[in-house]
Design a protein around this ligand. Structure first.
Ligand code: DQA
Length: 143
């Protein structure tokens, strides 16, 4: 069974409470419980969240050698962090960048991602379903 880590960065612990008009009113724990159940027979899903850049780097180093893929919402670090991009490049597991909101339809500074060139692909704008689409992508054989 494929092991996939879902990794959330800063402020995503507040999903459900944080700017619900942008990010929805559902907690990630609630969504993750449902996702894990739905994929029970196809994947072993793990979830980790941190607000600290270095902790996210440590988790990428660990899961990047021990899992089959990482679904990563780096929050605002997406737009600032060369260190996270280097961590993604340092590990063999494919990483899919995800965003709940359509970052391209928001402020100009959200349009640039330091992570995207290091990732297998990017999914943005489908609400929490972006995470499910990323898991599907990691489970689908592709070149
Ligand atoms: C986000 C988009 C980022 O620009 C923002 O800083 C976040 C959340 C998203 O999931 O839409 O924290 O990654």
């Amino acid at each position: 069974m494929r092991k996939i880590l879902i990794l959330n960065g800063p402020n995503l612990n507040l999903l459900g409470k944080r700017e619900p008009s942008v990010y929805g009113d559902r907690s990630f724990e609630d969504f993750f419980h449902e996702l894990k159940e739905a994929y029970r027979d196809r994947a072993e899903l793990e979830y980790f969240q941190s607000n600290v850049e270095g902790v996210l780097i440590d988790k990428i180093h660990e899961a990047g050698f021990a899992s089959d893929g990482i679904v990563f919402n780096a929050g605002a670090y997406t737009h600032t962090s060369i260190a996270l991009a280097d961590a993604i490049r340092a590990v063999p597991a494919p990483v899919v960048e995800v965003h709940i909101s359509n970052v391209h339809a928001r402020e100009e500074y959200r349009r640039h991602s330091f992570l995207a060139p290091a990732c297998k692909g990017c999914i943005a704008g489908f609400g929490l379903d972006s995470y499910r689409l990323a898991v599907e992508a990691l489970l689908t054989p592709n070149p």
